[in-house]
Design a protein. Sequence first.
Length: 227
Amino acid sequence: MILHLLLLGLFFLQTVRAASPALVIIDAGHGGKDSGGTGNGLVEKDLTLDTARRLQAKLNDAGIRNVMLRTSDTFIDLDERVAMANRYEGKNAVLVSIHFNAVGGNAPHGLETFFWRPDATALATRIQKHVAAQAGLANIAINRRRLRLTRNPTIPSVLVEAGYMTNSAEARRLSSAKTRDAIAQGICDGIEELRREGEEGIRRVPEIASPLSRPTDPPDGGQRIKI
Ligand SMILES: [Zn+2]
């Protein structure tokens, strides 16, 4: 009986722990020689750094510990970013990587949040919901996709694609500091909701055994989940 209670307690502790991050690792996508995507005069690496800085300020205001993987226009390889994030394994940390989309054509638009690990389901769900609401971006879906920044970290991680620079209307909005501030606010709100409500009402995706993601892997469309 005591053992059962102990096991139940451990299980509970683990669930709560996974769902209530104490530390946010902020990754501003691209940087330095890697500009990321471009569209309508916008350069992804600049938008990601600006949004990451805004997110950091909001997390600081909310009293949530955080670390920025880059604070200036510098290049960091994806595998190095993963290694940097993995140093926080066991410290109740989550990784949030900020990106903006660029594809040919003016039609695609909206917000998509990528994740892979089951314990990142709630993080992805809550961030997607709040960024869509705060920034007024179309809620495409959360997308379970095996990427280097979603599969390889040993902590829960998400990659937010916060709109399309290649869509002229969305680019106009992304060029405004107000929109980038709203995106940062949405990410912060999602993290605060996760700390408050944990995984309540959210079903984790099942565990899938899979190799680490490599740059040579063929592109994978992932599995879009409407929330
Ligand atoms: Zn990117």
